[in-house]
Design a binder for this molecule. Structure first.
Ligand SMILES: [Fe+2]
Length: 306
């Protein structure tokens, strides 16, 4: 009987509702709130209660204000409709439920429309500390509070602009091998920049160095490690470094980058787009992340539509 119960619900890796939608080719889905099991709700409660004191210590002030503005519930999984009612009047952003991985261009295109693709499943109770794929705790407790901040929201929209520029710059290249090579480099640069800022960024603040990256803000262990550990190299963010630094995903980040403010971050995304137009992103350093076929295809298929 316990096996039957754990197989139901919306548990990452064991959510028939989501898997069936994916098999039908449906990317956008409803949250299906009635399917969350008591075990799923308990996972949210434990994750939230455990990390809350670390947010107060290590999260940037904009994030803490965002938690309050959204009235993020500590004791149950939030309904995206409730979150959106509070979020949309602030920055126009909305969390939009998806069935799984959103290929690169589609993801950035959503950001440009102020929609954030949001995972609805939650990690299993025996994997509280580490999950390679996103879950609702990462997406809603880690990302969405930042979307209440206007300057940060504008940064995300600018990422969307960059993806559109990448498509326009490569759409007319006749030489398909060269088109693939350039796009692969540009997507790698965009992915690295997103990784070291939106996912794992640090910011200078009145209380010292704080986290604004969602990968840090949704990880009880790494949030403290990122700020306190002597092993972590922390450097002022420099665009040329971010786009050439390999992004390693399966362990705590050894190198992190600090921005001064979200205006600083916005200026860097702006410069990223200029560098792309100048051709500077056509030859970035090899290494992680690998750009998969579906990411590349999503940029190729968008030609003519942007
Ligand atoms: Fe994320």
């Amino acid at each position: 009987m316990p096996q039957v119960l754990t197989a139901t619900g919306l548990t990452t890796g064991h959510a028939p509702f989501v898997e069936e939608a994916r098999h039908r080719g449906e990317l956008y889905i409803r949250q299906a709130y009635e399917l969350y099991s008591e075990e799923n709700q308990e996972a949210w409660r434990r994750l939230y209660q455990r990390i809350r004191p670390r947010w107060e210590r290590y999260a940037n002030d904009h994030f803490l204000k965002g938690i309050e503005a959204l009235d993020l519930p500590p004791d149950r999984i939030p309904r995206l409709s409730e979150i959106n009612q509070k979020l949309q009047p602030l920055t126009g952003f909305q969390a939009k439920a998806v069935s799984g991985y959103v290929p690169g261009f589609l993801f950035f295109d959503c950001l440009q429309r102020r929609e954030f693709p949001t995972t609805i499943t939650i990690r299993p109770a025996d994997r509280m500390d580490y999950l390679p794929e996103p879950d609702i705790f990462h997406d809603v407790a880690g990302h969405v509070p930042m979307h209440t901040e206007k300057a940060f929201a504008d940064v995300l929209v600018r990422f969307g602009d960059c993806a559109h520029t990448a498509v326009r710059l490569t759409a007319d290249l006749r030489d398909q091998a060269e088109r693939t090579r350039r796009l692969t480099n540009i997507i790698k640069a965009l992915s690295r920049f997103f990784w070291f800022t939106v996912e794992f960024g640090l910011m200078r603040g009145a209380r010292g160095t704080c986290a604004y990256g969602s990968g840090l803000l949704s990880s009880y262990g790494e949030l403290e490690h990122a700020i306190e550990s002597d092993e972590v190299q922390r450097y002022p963010a420099q665009l040329e470094w971010l786009i050439n630094q390999g992004a390693e995903i399966d362990h705590y980040q050894p190198v992190l980058f600090i921005v001064d403010s979200f205006d600083h971050l916005f200026e860097m995304v702006d410069r990223l787009e200029r560098w792309m137009r100048d051709g500077k992103l056509n030859n970035v350093a090899p290494g992680l992340p690998e750009i998969n076929e579906s990411d590349l295809r999503s940029f190729m298929d968008a030609a003519g539509a942007v």
